[in-house]
Ligand binder design. Structure first.
Ligand code: NAD
Length: 464
């Protein structure tokens, strides 16, 4: 497989490791401040022509970009397995998601309607004006989808994009940028700039030429980005951390709830902001649920991510694995699953812990690894109170056969994305984002192009 390379050099080098074996894969050269400024400048120069392209032509170019991604799904998936340790099944889905999101927003340029508003003395119309250069900062946990959720609607709305992948996972973004050029997206319209957060990412925040920052990552870094953007009243979207609850009522199909709970918590080795890392079970079903959960966890297939049937691969890095392991050091472990293959690599067993109290860090802190904490609740009000007892509010699940209760609880949980009798979180047709400290703004869904444009109101007098 040919590995993509970075056209930058002055910001040093990052050695990419295969998380499954810890073996070096390749060195990616990074941009420094001057190279970042030059990339932003090129995106700024490319903007007038891109925004002026006829809507139908911009749509055609985005469809052609989607087709180029589609023709390289397997290559992109293999790259992600190598760079991020994602299971091959997940990695194929992720590359397909980039294609689908591009296709979905390719329909937007021809449909991004303004309004005609009745007013006295004339005609009033609104326009969606693009912003200019949009800076997208991506974390390492889902390098492809999170990039696409930003760049596809941003480009569709007429903006140009500079995108910084996470230091650890630059390969698929670099390849997607090559595919964009091959598909006919003009030079400078979509640029991937690998580099350090404190250099490239921070420059997106401070450069006056970047008019919006879309950041996905930790709550701590996100708060700094928001403070930085305030200086220029720069538009900002934040997708941050989570500690989401999976609420299981006693009337639920307990077998289904227990069988799906590991997928909800350990998919992508738990390195998922939407992971249902807290399970709340109605007290009368608590012991039965744990009995059912144990075989589901011990049979969860932790294996070489290249294996077609692997359900979980390694963590992204030794640092991440050590941080998750430190988070459960001394905790009450109920049971755990397989650790994965012997040899090198950043492996960790999926683990179920029983918190000692509601303030136990395993219950309150986002560990971002394959750990799930389980506690009982007494009634509906107690379930809602416990689910909401967190600074986060990204996603969550409710298992019950009672539709009225499902809706009551879904409305009461302070979270941006709830699913009933499933663990679905992110569907590109629907809005995605967090309450409280899980984020600001929404991505995806039919309205995403609006958040990459300004509404302009124009009044035309008919009295003149
Ligand atoms: P991180 O915040 O360290 O890094 C995220 C990105 O920000 C990286 O590209 C990094 O280089 C960049 N960055 C770091 N410091 C920066 C700075 N000072 N200025 C500008 N950019 C900077 O997070 P991470 O370790 O890559 O990802 C894990 C975290 O992301 C978890 O907390 C997780 O919950 C969160 N996350 C949230 C979502 C969501 O949609 N809400 C999705 C994925 C990950």
């Amino acid at each position: 497989m040919r590995l993509p390379t970075s056209p930058y050099a002055a910001g040093g080098v990052h050695q990419v490791l295969d998380p499954a074996s810890a073996a070096p894969v390749t060195d990616v050269t990074l941009a420094d401040l001057a190279e970042t400024d030059a990339a932003i400048e090129r995106a700024h120069r490319a903007y007038p022509a891109w925004r002026a392209i006829a809507p139908g032509e911009r749509a055609r170019l985005l469809r052609s970009f989607a087709a180029a991604v589609d023709a390289h799904i397997d290559e992109l998936a293999q790259l992600e397995v190598l760079n991020s340790g994602h299971t091959i099944g997940n990695a194929r889905w992720e590359a397909g998601n980039v294609r689908d999101v591009l296709t979905y927003y390719a329909a937007a340029p021809e449909r991004h309607f303004g309004r005609q508003i009745p007013v006295p003395g004339g005609i009033d119309v609104t326009f969606h004006e693009p912003l200019g250069v949009v800076g997208i900062i991506v974390p390492w946990n889902f390098p492809m989808p999170i990039a696409g959720w930003g760049f596809a609607p941003a480009l569709a709305a007429g903006n140009t994009v500079v995108l910084k992948p996470a230091e650890l996972t630059p390969l698929t973004a670099l390849r997607i940028a090559e595919l964009a050029l091959e598909a006919g997206i003009p030079e400078g319209v979509f640029t991937v700039v690998p580099g350090k957060g404190a250099v490239v990412g921070e420059r997106f925040v401070t450069s006056p030429l970047v008019r919006k920052v879309c950041f996905t990552g930790s709550t701590e870094v996100g708060k700094g980005i928001m403070r930085g953007c305030a200086d220029q009243v720069k538009r900002v979207t934040l997708e941050l951390g989570g500690k989401s609850a999976n609420i299981v009522f006693a009337d639920a199909d307990l077998e289904q709830a227990a069988a799906t709970a590991p997928g909800g918590a350990f998919d992508n080795a738990g390195q998922d902001c939407c992971a249902r890392s807290r399970i709340l079970v109605e007290r009368s079903a608590y012991h039965r649920f744990l009995e059912l959960l144990e075989p589901a966890v011990t049979s969860f297939r932790v294996a070489d991510p290249r294996n077609e049937d692997a359900q979980m691969g390694p963590l992204i890095s030794a640092k991440q694995r050590d941080s998750v392991a430190a988070g459960i050091d001394g905790a009450d472990i109920a049971f755990s699953g397989r650790r994965g293959p012997d040899g090198g690599g950043f492996w960790m067993a999926p683990t179920v812990v029983i918190p000692r109290s509601l303030t136990d860090p395993v219950w309150t802190k986002e560990l971002f690894g394959p750990v799930v904490a389980v506690l009982p609740f007494d009634d509906e009000a107690d379930a809602i109170a416990k689910a909401n007892d967190t600074e986060y509010g990204l996603s969550g699940s409710i298992f019950t056969r009672d539709l009225g209760r499902a809706l009551r609880v879904a409305r009461a949980v302070e979270s941006g994305n709830l699913s009933v009798n499933s663990h679905s979180s992110v569907r590109y047709w629907t809005p995605f984002g967090g309450f409280k400290q899980s984020g600001l703004g929404r991505e995806l869904g039919p309205d995403a192009p609006d958040s990459f444009s300004e509404t302009k109101n124009v009044f035309i007098s008919t009295d003149a």
